[in-house]
Design a protein around this ligand. Structure first.
Ligand SMILES: [Cu+2]
Length: 135
């Protein structure tokens, strides 16, 4: 009766010494990213002509025509010097702003496509009206 003893010894010894490269890589990227330029904090000043003024006095506007640039954004400050409420409505620019007696109000709108459009006070539309010309 032969006996076969099989002893299988498997010794797997793997010692991998991966030497992480310690030789300096050339990562010298040079100057850092350019300084980020902050957006202007205010748009009120500076040559854009984006601020408009309109005053109501004696149930009349002091200005009856404005020239705007199509697609530009505007802020209109309406000053009401009367003792009754007025309103600035510029339908083509989607603006409709009431202005209480003896107060100011601001309204922002974007000029529509080129053309000629009316603006008015919706409370006194026959006497407080004007034209906005967009080019
Ligand atoms: Cu009015």
């Amino acid at each position: 009766m032969p006996r076969r003893g099989m002893v299988i010894g498997v010794l797997v010894g793997v010692l991998a010494l991966a030497a992480a490269g310690c030789g300096g890589g050339d990562d010298n990227g040079g100057a850092s990213a350019a300084a980020t330029t902050a957006a202007p904090a205010t748009t009120a000043a500076g040559g854009g002509g984006d601020e408009l003024q309109l005053t109501a006095s004696g149930t009349a506007w002091d200005t009856t025509s404005f020239d705007l640039k199509a697609g530009s954004s505007y802020t209109l400050e309406v000053t009401n010097q009367d003792s009754l409420e007025h309103n600035f409505t510029f339908a083509a620019g989607d603006a409709n702003q009431d202005v209480e007696a003896n107060e100011d109000a601001k309204v922002t709108f974007t000029a529509p496509a080129a053309g000629s459009y009316p603006f008015l006070c919706k409370y006194h539309p026959t006497v407080m009206k004007g034209t906005i010309t967009v080019t």
